[in-house]
Design a protein around this ligand. Structure first.
Ligand code: PLP
Length: 386
C-alpha cells in the first residue's frame, strides 16, 4: 500500500485531502514523491511563517532538540521563559499561558474571561459573546464559541454560555450586553475560516470602547491573523486598540505545535496555581522555534510583508475572473467567477497549492515568499480562473 492508501485505511476520515502527498520542500516550494514541485500559497494554513525547512528556524529547533526536548512544567526551561518575555515586550501584555493549538489558546482565553468576571462579579456573569460567521476551534467549548451553526449540529450539547451576534452591528452588541451581562466578547479582526472577511475598523474600536466601559474582557483571536500575517505582529495593532486577552497559535511556532494566550495587566493574576495547565504547553523545542519566528518579525521585515502584500493584491485585483479581493497583508480571499474549489483544483494540477475559505480562494503564503514565486503563482491562478 502507498501512503495514500494506508492513510485512507487507518487515519480517521475527518479530512477531505487533495490527491497529493508532500515529501519534502524548501521555502515556498514543496515536492511530491515523483519530484513534482508546487508553489505553496497556503503555508500549512498559515503555519510555516518562514516556509519549509528554513535554515534559521531549523538551526533554532535542532539546537534546542540536542539540549532537552521536553521537561514538565514543574521545572523552569529557558525557551519558554524567554518567549513569554519577548511576546510581552512586543505587545505590552503582562503574562503568557502556553498551550499547543489555536483551540487551546482560545480555551484559556475564555477561562480567563470567565474567571475574571466571576472573581469580581460572582458566578452569574459567565456569558461569552462571539460573532456570527466566526471560527474559534473544534473543542466542544470553542465550537460553542464558533458562530456557525453547521459546526454545532452533530455535537450537542455544547458548552453553555455562548451567544453569537451579527458582526459590525453596534446595536446588536449593545442589546446583547444589556441582555446577557457577559463576561467576555471574543472576535477575529478578519474572519479567516468564515471567508477572509474583515470586520469594520469602526466596529472593532466600538467593541473595545463598550467592553472597556462595562469591564467586559475583550478577547481577540489571532490564531490565523497573528504573527505577522497582516503586516503587523498582531492584526489588532492595525486598529489602534489593545485587547485584554489575545490568543494565538499557527504561525507562532513556524511549523511546531504551539498556542499562546497573552494576558494583559488587568487580568494578569486571574489564573493562579492549578487553575490551568498543559503537559506539552511551553515545550522547549516549540518555544525555541517561536523565539526564532518572533525575533525575525521586526518592523522592517513587517513593512516588507506589507509591500509584498500590496503588490500581490495589485496583481489580483481587477483580474478577469476575480470579483473581489478581501483580507489584509498576506491573508487574502478571492471571490471568483469560477467556483473556488475548481480554481484551487486547477491551480494544484498546474503546480500551485491554494486554499479555500467558504466560497473564496484563500491565499496564506509564507511571509518570506520571494516576489518571483508570488508572480509565478499569480500567473497560474489567473490561468485557473478562466
Ligand atoms: N481560531 C481561528 C481564528 C482559526 O482560524 C483556527 C483554525 O483555523 C482556530 C482558532 C483553531 O486552531 P487549531 O486548529 O490550531 O486548534
Amino acid at each position: 500500500m502507498n501512503t495514500r492508501e494506508i492513510d485512507k485505511e487507518y487515519v480517521a476520515g475527518t479530512y477531505k485531502r487533495f490527491p497529493v502527498e508532500i515529501v519534502s520542500g524548501k521555502g515556498s516550494v514543496v515536492c511530491d514523491p515523483d519530484g513534482k514541485q508546487y508553489i505553496d500559497m497556503g503555508s500549512g494554513i498559515g503555519v510555516t511563517a518562514f516556509g519549509i525547512a528554513d535554515e534559521q528556524w531549523k538551526a533554532a529547533v535542532t539546537e534546542q532538540l540536542s539540549k532537552v526536548q521536553h521537561m514538565s512544567n514543574l521545572y523552569y526551561t529557558q525557551p519558554c521563559a524567554l518567549l513569554a518575555k519577548m511576546l510581552c515586550e512586543k505587545t505590552g501584555m503582562s503574562k503568557v499561558f502556553f498551550s499547543n493549538s489555536g483551540a487551546e489558546a482560545n480555551e484559556c482565553a475564555i477561562k480567563v474571561g470567565r474567571k475574571y468576571a466571576s472573581d469580581k462579579y460572582g458566578a452569574g456573569r459567565f456569558t461569552v459573546i462571539t460573532l456570527e460567521n466566526s471560527f474559534h476551534g473544534r473543542t466542544l467549548t470553542t465550537l460553542a464559541a464558533t458562530g456557525q451553526e453547521h459546526y454545532h449540529e452533530l455535537f450537542q450539547p455544547l458548552t453553555p454560555g455562548f451567544v453569537s451576534i451579527p458582526a459590525n452591528k453596534t446595536d446588536a452588541l449593545e442589546d446583547a450586553i444589556e441582555k446577557y451581562n457577559p463576561a467576555a466578547v471574543m472576535i477575529e479582526c478578519i474572519q479567516g475560516e468564515g471567508g477572509v472577511v474583515p470586520l469594520d475598523a469602526e466596529y472593532i474600536r466600538f467593541v473595545r470602547e463598550i467592553t472597556q466601559k462595562n469591564d467586559i474582557i475583550m478577547i481577540v483571536d489571532e490564531v490565523q491573523t497573528g504573527n505577522g500575517r497582516t503586516g503587523r505582529l498582531y492584526s489588532y495593532m492595525n486598529f489602534g486598540i489593545v485587547p485584554d486577552v489575545v490568543s494565538t497559535a499557527k504561525g507562532l511556532g513556524g511549523g511546531l505545535p504551539l498556542g499562546a494566550t497573552l494576558i494583559s495587566d488587568k487580568c494578569k493574576d486571574v489564573l493562579g496555581f492549578g487553575d490551568h495547565g498543559s503537559t506539552f504547553g511551553g515545550n522547549p523545542v516549540s518555544c525555541a522555534a517561536a523565539l526564532s519566528v518572533i525575533s525575525r518579525l521586526t518592523d522592517s521585515f513587517l513593512s516588507g510583508v506589507e509591500s509584498k502584500a500590496a503588490l500581490l493584491r495589485s496583481l489580483l485585483e481587477g483580474a478577469p475572473g476575480i470579483l473581489s479581493v478581501s483580507g489584509m497583508g498576506l491573508m487574502l480571499g478571492l471571490k471568483t467567477v469560477r467556483p473556488a474549489a475548481e480554481v484551487v483544483q486547477a491551480c494544484m494540477e498546474n503546480g500551485v497549492l491554494c486554499l479555500t475559505a467558504k466560497d473564496k480562494v484563500r491565499l496564506l503564503p509564507a511571509l518570506n515568499i520571494p516576489m518571483e514565486l508570488l508572480e509565478k503563482a499569480v500567473a497560474v491562478i489567473k490561468e485557473a480562473l478562466k
